[in-house]
Design a protein around this ligand. Structure first.
Ligand code: ZN
Length: 265
């Protein structure tokens, strides 16, 4: 069986992959992965993401932005420098910046920089409007605040991904009201206690889902707890096919179509 899929969220630039990145990519290709999208999380990782994407230009595509957990007192300086990189890259017609990301709100560990997170997220949403690029969105314990900001720009945003969705039906429906956006689904789907399979089948059409690893995190069962990598998405595809009562080929075909729609890829 020849399955083909895209990993829309993978921190392949991380030091976890420094020793064996070639082998990880080889296994990804063998498993049927046809492309990997890399999100930056801060200024330093904008550079490492671009470096890895330059090394594997036929396979890896960059997304640039400031992650909410990296927003601190110096967020304005960080954003100014990241925007300079984006502008410079954007003027180079050979270069394809895929999305702004990962950006969003995260109040799970701390609300210390709550106000700064709101301001930094909104500024990056404005970049997405200005450049007409999709958003790769990270959100934890902050959905209402996030939705309130996005609503102000909904008409002008080209689309995006609510990455690592793990919410309930009501939360899914609230996010899907942004009709050019999709949910990023990864390893959590396979966890024993996860309600995600039922939630997705009840509230999320298959044409509103894209696949992701969030590697090195969130490895699916039976690799749970280990370093995640794109090849392991096969376990997510199997579980999604069960949840929707469709074939694995259908999961791959539809999610790849969704990626192409959202990312103009
Ligand atoms: Zn991530």
């Amino acid at each position: 069986m020849n399955l083909q899929f895209i990993d829309t969220h993978c921190h392949l630039d991380g030091e976890e992959f420094a020793a064996d990145r070639d082998a990880v990519l080889q296994r990804a290709r063998e498993a049927g992965c046809t492309a990997i999208f890399l999100p930056a999380i801060d200024l330093a990782s904008c550079h490492t993401v671009l470096d890895v994407c330059a090394q594997y230009p036929d396979f890896c595509r960059p997304m640039l932005g400031l992650h909410p957990e990296e927003v601190r007192a110096d967020w304005r300086d960080q954003l100014a420098e990241i925007k300079q990189i984006i502008n410079f890259k954007f003027q180079n017609s050979n270069f394809k910046l895929l999305a702004i990301g990962e950006v969003g709100l995260d109040y799970y560990w701390s609300r210390e920089f709550e106000q700064e997170q709101l301001l930094a997220f909104e500024q990056q949403v404005r970049w997405a409007v200005e450049l007409q690029l999709p958003l790769m969105i990270h959100c934890r314990k902050a959905q209402n605040e996030l939705v309130a900001i996005l609503k102000r720009y909904a008409d002008d945003l080209p689309g995006g991904v609510f990455h690592c969705f793990t919410g309930n039906e009501q939360e899914a429906r609230q996010l899907l009201e942004f009709d050019r956006f999709v949910l990023g689904i990864g390893g959590v789907l396979t966890f024993k206690k996860s309600h995600l399979p039922e939630t997705l089948a009840a509230a999320v059409p298959l044409d509103r889902i894209v696949l992701e690893t969030d590697a090195p995190y969130m490895a699916p069962v039976p690799m749970r707890g280990q370093r995640n990598e794109s090849a392991y998405i096969r376990h997510v595809i199997t579980r999604l096919a069960e949840a929707y009562g469709v074939s694995e080929e259908q999961v791959c075909r539809q999610t790849t179509e969704n990626v192409k729609r959202v990312f103009a890829f």
